[in-house]
Design a protein around this ligand. Sequence first.
Ligand code: SF4
Length: 307
Amino acid sequence: MDRRGDPTRIMLAKQGYHLIGLGAVKPCLWLNRSLRGEDQCYKHYFYGISSHRCVQMTPTLQCNHLCLHCWRPIDDSMILGDFLEPRELLDAILNEQQRILSGYGGSEKTDLMKLREARKPSHIAISLMGEPTLYPYLKELVDEIRNRRMTSFVVTNGTKPEVLQIIRPTQLYLSLNAPTENVYMRIANPLGKLWGKILESLIVLKDHPSRTVVRITLIRNLNMEDPLEYAELLEKAEPNFVEVKAYMHLGRSRKRLGRENMPSHNEVMTFAEKLAHTMDYELSSHVPISRVALLSSKERTNAIDSV
Ligand code: SF4
């Protein structure tokens, strides 16, 4: 069905989302900066990802959470549309990325060598917005990305452990933003009782063949009281890495949270240091501008090998 006249879709398009079926691609600000020969995203410093060769996309705009800190410019959890088959979706996403890049060719500020590199994307970040495990062909999409010799990150809210069991991205992220069910209910506003699913997903992570990351977004006065409570949950997952990141007061989240809910980089570091100490992980890197710290288990090196 043609849904181009749908007001939600029109609003998303105005905000820079290039919509494809129920999915989308959006150039992030670090792509822009990297193409100008400026700074790169923290994932460059943590894992060696080149921001100008990274495609930020989602296979579905739908989500089963409505998190207070979410930047998504939509307030209802579900939006309607059709799922594309994985090859068709990936082709359309990559074509759209080429169209986005063509806009940089005429700018004097563009580093032309980087633009040439950007035309051959090396990494797909399935993390834009929405919950990717609601896309019924996520396994096939991730496999297709690998077949095309690109690396992939999948960021999930952990509510579909059965999907995590079968996907094999280069790096699998679980966003864990609450140490208890009470805090989870307040922050995530889930559609249903899903906390038990998140606990199951933590266990799935433990023996997962992909590199694993648990990401904690800290929101001042809401979920950053006690790092030790998180450590107990993280023990179930034994992830290779933990990213501790400040909530950023951006997008639609500004309607739900205040600027005062945004912790400083020092607060992030204090929390991360306590967590690292409790878990016996190494505080291996941090990027002040993004207010993020990386904790590494001692068995894994940070840099990602290409496919
Ligand atoms: S799980 Fe992610 S996409 Fe869904 S509401 Fe929360 S932050 Fe937004």
